[in-house]
Design a protein around this ligand. Structure first.
Ligand code: KG4
Ligand code: ZN
Length: 352
């Protein structure tokens, strides 16, 4: 059994949770979205300052909500990579300090491993191997989950991440930030067949297309050209139809690649993670396609799709149970491939 206090400050959510193995005892998520909205996106320095102001209160709230004191905590974890360096530093420094003061093991956690572990929170019986479709503001990857800390990247975007495409398209439709939830909502009343948009296939030198890699920058440019043309030729922009057509194209692209990858690698479960996992059209298309192939699809509950600390605590608890802890000299990294997760840990009793 491992009970972990976890901190997540990699971007614009200040989050703290207490997790007992795969069970959430408390989860505090303070979103900074209203602060960043006026700038149309996350301002890194503002994010760091917000984290500093909120983090202590969030830690106290998480412990209180879980009805825990420090004696019951087996380890203290924080996201250490990838993310905004200044923002990551706030959570990591707080976690290291608490680990020193309360003499507990400390663990740095890879943010994307956290998004994969969000699936265990609602499906505690889930075990590797399975395929993870990670779709967030910064990443779009198909990952073969082999074991705790052991991952193989099978496909990824060659340019923009899926969430980034939602945010950029929302900006050019003058819808504000973050774009995903607004486009998702508007698309409900739009016609997904109104406009044909490019899916973003990656050509292979020998001919054909890469089956798992994707591209979203061409789609974004196509939407830009479409919007420019519609603004020139029509009285009012059919925002709902554009949103629905764009969203349908992204969902189709992701679904096609995830299903092909699962079938090719003989993986029977696709576990989705990251903010775009909240998307209703992706949920619909992936469930429908998986059903025709006898594949199981898992989506975390909505509140654990976007950034949260419960998923970080869940990953940390699994590592801690296996005797993995991080040295207090561990730093933050803006980029770190998920295949490098084990470099964050030393095994019980070993020196780094
Ligand atoms: O995982 P996340 O909270 O942060 C990162 O690690 O990047 O993902 C945030 C991204 C944003 O780009 C946001 O627009 C997108 O997830 N998102 C959505 C939805 N909700 C959030 N995208 C599509 N549909 C949604 N319902
Ligand atoms: Zn994230």
């Amino acid at each position: 059994m491992a009970t972990v206090l976890a901190l997540e400050t990699s971007c614009d959510e200040t989050a703290v949770a207490v997790v007992k193995n795969r069970q959430v005892c408390s989860s505090i998520i303070t979103s900074q979205i209203p602060v960043h909205q006026q700038y149309g996106g996350v301002v890194p320095e503002v994010a760091s300052r917000q984290h500093v102001e909120i983090i202590n209160q969030a830690i106290a709230q998480a412990l209180e909500q879980a009805q825990m004191n420090w004696e019951k905590i087996d380890g203290i974890a924080a996201t250490c990579a990838p993310g905004l360096v200044g923002a990551l530093l706030v959570g990591l420094t707080a976690a290291k300090t608490l680990a020193m003061v309360h003499q507990k093991p400390f663990l740095g956690v890879h943010h994307l491993e956290g998004h994969i572990y969000a699936n265990y929170l609602s499906e505690p019986s889930l075990e590797p191997p399975f395929l993870s479709l990670l779709v967030s503001g910064g990443h779009t990857s198909l990952i073969y989950v082999k074991d705790c800390g052991i991952y193989q990247t099978l496909g990824e975007t060659r340019d923009d991440a899926a969430g980034e495409a939602f945010d950029k398209v929302a900006r050019l439709l003058h819808l504000g930030y973050p774009g995903g939830p607004i486009i998702d909502q508007l698309a409900q009343a739009g016609n997904p067949q109104a406009f044909e948009l490019p899916e973003g296939n990656i050509s292979r030198p020998g001919g054909g297309y890469h089956p798992y890699d994707s591209s979203f920058s061409g789609l974004k440019t196509a939407v830009l050209r479409l919007v420019q043309q519609l603004e020139r030729d029509t009285q009012s922009l059919p925002v709902k139809d554009v949103a629905a057509s764009f969203q349908e194209t992204v969902a189709r692209s992701l679904t096609k690649r995830a299903i092909a990858c699962a079938l090719d690698y003989g993986l029977h479960t696709i576990a989705v993670g990251g903010g775009v996992a909240a998307n209703s059209e992706l949920r619909k298309q992936l469930h429908a396609a998986a059903a025709t192939q006898n594949l199981r699809v898992l989506f975390p509950p909505m509140k654990f799709c976007t950034d949260n600390a419960a998923m970080i605590g869940c990953a940390a608890a699994d590592h801690l149970k296996r005797g993995h802890t991080s040295p207090l000299t561990l730093g933050v990294q803006s980029r770190l491939a998920i295949t490098e997760v084990m470099q964050l840990y030393q095994l019980e009793g070993s020196e780094v």
